[in-house]
Design a protein around this ligand. Structure first.
Ligand code: SF4
Length: 354
């Protein structure tokens, strides 16, 4: 951890106010925050963004009563995205359905991913797009990947971005969803494709074996929540007999505010692996009807540090083993904690001049 002693005291104070009470957990969470928000600036490591995030969470929780609620009474369908969000974390599902999220975490990466999704699709665009690559950069303007070429050569049946208002419905399951694409392969089989844009630093210098293996492990890890989403297209869309799905991850980095793609990986998902989908679907339906469920408090803090709704969450403190639907905003109230003696008269800290 790169925090100075004073930074550490201040960060712990903020996390105590948020509700963390266990020092081991606090250290783990700070490590994860640093991994997500730490930056090298002018050849020096800076964790000021970690404090921006913590102070913004404190600010939001000071005004928890102003958080705008959504009406969950209107929920009468489950979408493919709901299944994905719920599998990612039931708390995040509850928060996103309960509140208007005005202070999302990792907004810059979310926007870059969205822009890339709008500009750099599997079909209709070259990849990486000329529009979003810098003319003076040495990154390949277009890289080839035989597996992706194979998909592009199949017959396109449906493209979500061309039919934004078209959702496939399954009334038996009260489900609806819109895959990014449906293709037909040369054997005549239909398959669905879901593409995701994932931020990953591009090492444009020779990297050692250990780091290379680590990056390869990351690139070949496909998340179960995305697999659940794809499985729901395969099993619940009845308009086409979808035989299998393809999960496509584009890996991108951001250089001087310009996102660029540097790699891509795919995973083929077979229709018969539907146990994961059945369990997730049933658990979500139960949660919506019973309005609460048990929550495994051993949350993955790496996931929490990067989670889009983490400022609205109290469950990352690992103190709550029940999650409610809708989420209870009164639980977000800050704890009373005495300001550390060591930092008194150092108001500069509050201005992040640490
Ligand atoms: S911060 Fe962690 S526990 Fe909270 S919603 Fe996000 S992933 Fe779930």
């Amino acid at each position: 951890m790169e925090f100075t002693d004073k930074q550490l005291i201040f960060a712990k104070y903020l996390l105590n106010r948020i509700g963390f009470s266990n020092d081991v957990l606090i250290n783990q969470y700070l490590n994860k925050l640093e991994a997500v928000h730490g930056r090298i600036r002018n050849y020096k490591f800076s964790n000021s963004k970690c404090f921006d995030e913590l102070l913004s969470e404190i600010d939001l929780k000071k005004r928890f009563y102003q958080i705008k609620k959504k009406n969950i009474q209107n929920i009468n369908t489950v979408t493919a995205t709901d299944l994905s969000n719920f599998h990612f974390c039931p708390v995040s599902y509850s928060i996103e359905k309960s509140f208007y999220i005005e202070y999302p975490t990792n907004e810059d990466k979310r926007i870059s991913g969205k822009e890339l999704h709008e500009n750099l699709r599997l079909v209709d665009r070259i990849y990486p797009s000329e529009k979003i690559t810098h003319p003076e950069r040495t990154y390949p303007k277009e890289f080839t990947n035989p597996k992706i070429e194979k998909i592009k050569n199949c017959k396109l049946i449906f493209a979500g971005h061309k039919n934004e208002n078209h959702y496939f419905n399954n009334p038996t399951k009260s489900w609806k969803g819109q895959p990014d694409y449906i293709f037909r392969d040369p054997n005549g089989d239909f398959f669905a494709v879901e593409e995701k844009f994932k931020y990953l630093h591009n090492f444009d210098f020779p990297i050692d074996k250990e780091l290379y293996n680590y990056i390869e492990r990351i690139k070949n890890t496909f998340y179960n929540n995305h697999i659940v989403q794809l499985l729901s297209y395969i099993n619940y869309i009845k308009d086409y007999n979808i035989k299998y799905g393809v999960l496509l991850y584009w890996y991108y980095d951001i250089d001087i505010d310009i996102p660029f793609v540097h790699d891509a990986r795919i995973k083929v998902i077979k229709s018969e692996n539907d146990q994961l989908l059945t369990e997730t679907y049933e658990s979500l339906i139960n949660f919506i009807s019973k309005k609460e469920m048990e929550f495994n408090i051993n949350t993955n803090l790496s996931k929490c540090a990067a989670c889009v709704v983490n400022k609205y969450c109290i469950h990352k403190t690992q103190l709550f083993n029940i999650v409610k639907f809708p989420y209870n905003k009164y639980d977000l109230k800050l704890k009373r904690v005495i300001f550390p003696e060591e930092l008194k008269n150092k108001e500069k800290l509050a201005n992040k001049k640490l």
